[in-house]
Design a protein around this ligand. Structure first.
Ligand SMILES: NC(=O)c1ccc[n+]([C@@H]2O[C@H](COP(=O)([O-])OP(=O)(O)OC[C@H]3O[C@@H](n4cnc5c(N)ncnc54)[C@H](O)[C@@H]3O)[C@@H](O)[C@H]2O)c1
Length: 329
């Protein structure tokens, strides 16, 4: 990335969150001057403690447009990661909240950037914009017809609207906007949300809590391409550098893993041998999720992930033992 971010003023909304904290770390490593806006609803300022005074944290709720306009000014780059993003158990039952919070945050960030003449923005969308019957591996399909992923419908619609807004702000106001669609990021610094947690942290917690039998939602045959948050963060920076016309770019690859195989890895690395039961009465989401990375490679070059699934699971396990929140659910 050379000196692209060096001494540049960068804002990370939602920077106290899971992916946001990795992004702040990478930006600091590249000598950026980093500020964060967060309302601490799911993120924690403690996630950035290790960066000391290298990151300034502003507490603010971006569902309030006045807060957005007041604080989002005088930046060279704005990465918009603030949002409400939980696992399918929550998403499936809270479509209104997912739609409202994520849509308003995205509009307020774009509008604040427009009003305050910030022209470089990255909007974090999601692979949940894709329909249930999208081809696998999934290329960057147009997503403005049909329905988004059914178990994440409110969230998927919100992200679609964010992408549409990005296109209009780019076309009408000349803003240079990058849009990315991450596929299943995971890793440490994750705040567990009980049954509403994402799949890797949820399974890691169940295994390390000693659940026996270990109940896994769905058939176990469903598969996902997982990407460690460190790689997701690095790719967000590369996409910000190289994509300016609001064309969405997948952040993910085509090497998906079945959930039953993931469970095996977590049990082995966690040193546990529970009886595993697959509960097919529970939602498992799409049967297969994997990204076609062709456009990603065109935009960022031949990126090789820094963190393998085994290393990433070890990181998740370490985080479980370090993090008292993991034990509270
Ligand atoms: N984790 C995933 O699987 C995944 C996949 C695709 C896309 N994304 C997107 O990546 C981004 C980051 O997700 P994450 O997994 O790090 O989630 P996270 O919940 O850890 O981070 C989101 C951050 O936004 C903050 N936030 C929420 N509402 C806010 C508000 N109204 N005002 C200010 N701050 C607010 C939270 O406190 C948190 O720190 C989100 O936009 C999410 O939709 C995540």
């Amino acid at each position: 990335m050379n000196d692209y971010f060096k001494k540049r003023k960068v804002l990370v909304t939602g920077g106290c969150g899971f992916i946001g904290s990795y992004l702040c770390e990478e930006l600091v490593l590249h000598d950026a001057i980093v500020d964060v806006i967060d309302n601490f609803s799911s993120g924690s300022p403690g996630n950035l403690d290790f960066l000391g005074n290298k990151v300034k944290i502003i507490e603010g709720d971006l569902r309030d447009v006045n807060i957005a306009v007041k604080y989002i000014k005088n930046y060279d780059y704005v990465f918009n990661l603030a949002g409400v993003a939980y696992g399918v158990a929550f998403s499936n039952l809270h479509n209104a909240e997912m739609l409202y919070s994520n849509t308003t945050i995205q509009f307020h960030v774009l509008e604040a950037c427009r009003l305050n003449n910030i022209t470089r923005v990255l909007m974090v969308s999601s692979s949940c914009v894709y329909p249930d019957d999208a081809p696998i591996p999934t290329p960057e399909l147009p997503v403005f017809t049909g329905f988004p992923e059914s178990v994440n419908a409110g969230y998927g619609w919100a992200k679609r609207i964010g992408e549409l807004a990005a296109t209009y702000y780019h076309d009408n106001h000349g803003m240079e906007i990058a849009v990315c669609r991450p596929f299943n990021p995971y890793g440490g610094r994750y705040l567990w949300h009980g049954m509403n947690s994402h799949v890797i942290p949820m399974l890691t917690k169940k295994v390390l809590d000693g659940d026996n039998p270990l109940v896994v939602w769905g058939s176990g045959e469903q598969s996902r391409n997982f990407i460690h948050a460190k790689d997701a963060a690095r790719l967000m920076m590369l996409i910000m550098m190289n994509s300016k016309d609001a064309v969405p770019v997948n952040i993910g690859f085509d090497n998906d893993i079945k959930i039953k195989d993931l469970v095996k890895i977590i049990c082995e690395l966690g040193g546990k041998k529970p009886e595993v039961i697959f509960d097919k009465t529970k939602p498992e989401g799409r049967f297969r999720k994997a990204a076609d990375p062709s456009l990603l490679y065109q935009v960022v070059g031949n990126y090789i992930p820094a963190v393998s699934i085994e290393e990433g699971i070890k990181d998740m396990i370490n985080w479980y033992y370090l993090n008292s929140n993991a034990k509270t659910f």
